[in-house]
Design a protein around this ligand. Structure first.
Ligand code: SF4
Length: 698
């Protein structure tokens, strides 16, 4: 997401800010604010007059984003006009007025959030803004929206929508208060706090609960997920936080969601289960480089042993709270749990993700047919037991519905063979996941997104490969769109030095890890720690961590040793800290200033070719007579490297060194595409130049 410099209304000095108010379409004009005089008001007033309209004229985009414009007037001192922001806002406005799609790559520092929010408001349509994560949603809602409401659109109605698992279910809280089933003192204490909070919170959003651990088991028993919700039949329906969220969204001009919720909704629409989002006219995807992966997840099918465990747990709770005479049902639930355990144990013990194609599934079923049939029968007998109950409380009907859904998933995953899907399974910690993922989502997205909607806007700092959007368009099924790569607001040639060591062996050479470790130690000495070391695999990360940590005098943090947010916090607050991490830290991480002065990447981040989804996509392209390496693997790796390097320069004053230890970027023909796609960093192969650069920075 674009760096949000100086757009926080809280940072703005009060006096001058209060005097600027620029009416947009949705604004209910507020006479207490001094109004901004549009520059071409005469011409536009005449047009309005000719149309018999007695309405206030909108300023142009240039009057808002241009030098000395409204945005500048609202900002604290020191704010500088950004030409790329103005251009982006004009492109977004044109996409709305001309009813077309738009792809725009806008780097950190562009101020892209305002550049799409203001035209979206001015369009007068209901627009969905989809961001990559919940924290980006919150950032929009807590910083940018209040700024807009204060200075531009006081009547703007905005709703944030998140997945149901983020919200409290009032009904469950009341039930648990009657029959507490709490484990330990911590849970008891948290439950009391949640019960008190339930009485005062407007949203029921767990983001308000700072004390609750991310993986709280208690929360899983209290959240508002659909699985255990009786909907309109629930006595709390009218007071329900989910109902309130839907009502707010139905009235909103802007609806802020994350990609997961958006694609879950889009996938639900095809299943006739009804949708989550209200009607909308246009969508803006921020961090749009992530949407192929998220769409693939939601248009696919997946089961895991956890889903069966949850069904068992919820069934037991439902029996207890509905007070039906449930002994026979509980027996069947226990049997289902047992059979699920033996069925999932039949998968190989090795951790990792593996293909599960038609032949492999046939082999698996030959050996485990009995366990499979037993599990299906156990689900059926739960359903039958519920159907035979004299009274059928909604909670138990829900359990029967979920059991039936799981049977459907089992059938799809083990007995069908859909052409466009890649089947795979994964063992991770205590979980076994079996899934079918679409090999290609382009047709689905074309049909459900790009064709039915007139304006879809895709933006991110990393969308273009070699200055073009062919890869993105092909992967997403987007045929016609306006396109633009905006020039950066940073002077990369001054601010960053890209170092490619001259003497390292090929990354596949046995000597590489030790030589890479020496190079990392040297670089960390020069940068005085303050570095991210980003790896393409856990094994490489762990290996290099062991080799490096005892040879440097800086605190070295390792991914996995603490939750991600805690690690980042520690990195920010520890002088000279170094972080060893893998792909999850390649994006969405923002550390500004000197604390991050060096980013070291071990290898060009090609996706692991043996990963079943990657392998299936490569095969599908090859069967189509295409060059999968050039058209898929290289562009994907280029975008990943742009993301990783993008961690370094987050403001106009940031400076630092980027190092790639993989010399294929210079040796191989395809390396040219990487170099052409990266910003115009100064480049060197000489470590002495790195020393000089860092000396200049300090
Ligand atoms: S409607 Fe559903 S989510 Fe809302 S309180 Fe009732 S059971 Fe919970």
């Amino acid at each position: 997401m674009a760096k949000r410099t100086k757009t926080n209304a809280k940072e703005a000095p009060a006096a001058p800010v209060e005097r600027v108010y620029v009416p947009l379409d949705v604004a209910e004009h507020d006479s207490e604010h001094e109004e901004f005089a549009p520059l071409d008001s005469y011409e536009r007033s005449s047009r309005a007059e000719a149309r018999g309209e007695d309405q206030e004229e909108k300023p142009t985009i240039a009057e808002i984003f241009g030098p000395g414009g409204a945005v500048e007037k609202c900002m604290p001192e020191g704010y500088e006009h950004r030409p790329s922001q103005l251009e982006m806002a004009e492109l977004v406005e044109a996409a709305f007025t001309e009813k077309r799609h738009l792809i725009v790559e806008a780097g950190t520092g562009t101020g892209k959030t305002l550049a799409y929010l203001i035209p979206a408001i001015r369009s007068g349509r209901t627009v969905v803004i989809s961001t990559a994560t919940k924290s980006l949603q919150e950032q929009l809602y807590e910083k940018d929206i209040p700024f807009l409401q204060k200075h531009f659109a006081p009547g703007l109605k905005v709703a944030v929508m998140k997945g149901r698992g983020n919200f409290l279910c009032r009904e469950k809280v009341y039930r648990m208060a009657d029959q507490p089933v709490l484990k330990g003192l911590d849970e008891l204490d948290w439950f009391h706090q949640i019960r008190d909070w339930e009485k005062v919170t407007d949203t029921g959003d767990r983001a308000e609960l700072n004390f609750l651990p991310d993986d709280s088991e208690l929360w899983q028993r209290l959240d508002a997920r659909r699985d255990a919700c009786s909907g309109q039949k629930c006595p709390e329906f009218n007071k329900c936080f989910i109902t309130a969220m839907h009502q707010r969204a139905a009235e909103a001009n802007l609806i802020i969601v994350n990609h997961h919720l958006f694609f879950a909704d889009l996938a639900l629409k095809q299943d006739d289960f009804g949708s989550v989002l209200p009607e909308y006219a246009a969508v803006i995807f921020d961090e749009a480089h992530e949407i192929e992966d998220v769409a693939s997840d939601f248009f696919g099918r997946q089961i895991s042993n956890y889903r069966f465990d949850e069904l068992g747990r919820d069934a037991e709770i439902a029996v207890r709270i509905t007070k039906v005479s449930g002994a026979p049902l509980l027996k069947r639930v226990a049997r289902m749990r047992e059979r699920s355990r033996s069925f999932f144990e039949a998968f190989p013990a090795r951790e990792g993700r593996f293909p599960f194609d038609r032949q492999q599934r046939a082999g698996f079923m030959e050996q485990n047919r009995e366990a499979y049939d037993a599990l299906v029968d156990a689900l059926k007998s739960m359903e039958a037991e519920i159907a035979a109950l004299p009274s059928k409380p909604e909670e138990l009907l829900n359990i029967a519905r979920r059991a039936m859904e799981l049977r459907g998933e089992l059938k799809f995953l083990f007995e069908s063979s859909e052409g466009n899907f890649v089947y795979w399974f994964e063992r991770r910690n205590k979980g076994v996941f079996v899934a079918a993922t679409p090999i290609d989502v382009s047709a689905l997205l074309r049909e459900r997104l790009f064709e039915p909607f007139e304006t879809i806007i895709l933006t991110s700092a990393t969308l273009a490969v070699g200055g073009r959007f062919d890869f993105l368009k092909q992967r997403l099924g987007l045929q016609v769109a306006a396109e633009r790569v905006l020039p950066s607001e940073f002077d990369f040639s001054e601010q960053a030095l890209l170092y490619i060591p001259a003497t390292l062996p090929d990354v596949r050479d046995q000597a590489f890890p030790e030589r890479a470790a020496q190079e990392i130690v040297r670089l960390l000495e020069i940068s005085e720690g303050r570095a991210f070391c980003l790896f393409t695999s856990y094994s490489q990360m762990n290996d290099l961590y062991e080799r490096v940590r005892t040879r440097v005098r800086f605190p070295v943090l390792l991914q996995g040793s603490a939750p991600r947010s805690a690690l980042l916090e520690k990195f920010r607050n520890t002088e000279g800290a170094v972080l060893f991490a893998t792909s999850s830290f390649w994006q969405g991480v923002d550390v500004r200033g000197e604390q991050l002065s060096c980013v070291i990447v071990d290898k060009l981040p090609f996706a692991v070719p043996s990963d079943p989804i990657v392998a299936a996509r490569v095969k599908a392209l090859q069967e189509d007579g295409r060059n999968a390496f050039a058209e898929y693997q290289v562009p994907e790796a280029v975008l990943a490297l742009k993301q990783g390097f993008g961690r370094l320069i987050r403001s106009r004053t940031d400076r630092g060194v980027l190092a790639i230890l993989d010399n294929r970027i210079q040796r191989m023909q395809y390396g040219k595409i990487f170099m052409e796609s990266l910003p115009a960093y100064s480049t060197t192969r000489d470590i002495a130049a790195v020393e000089r650069f860092m000396r200049k920075s300090s």
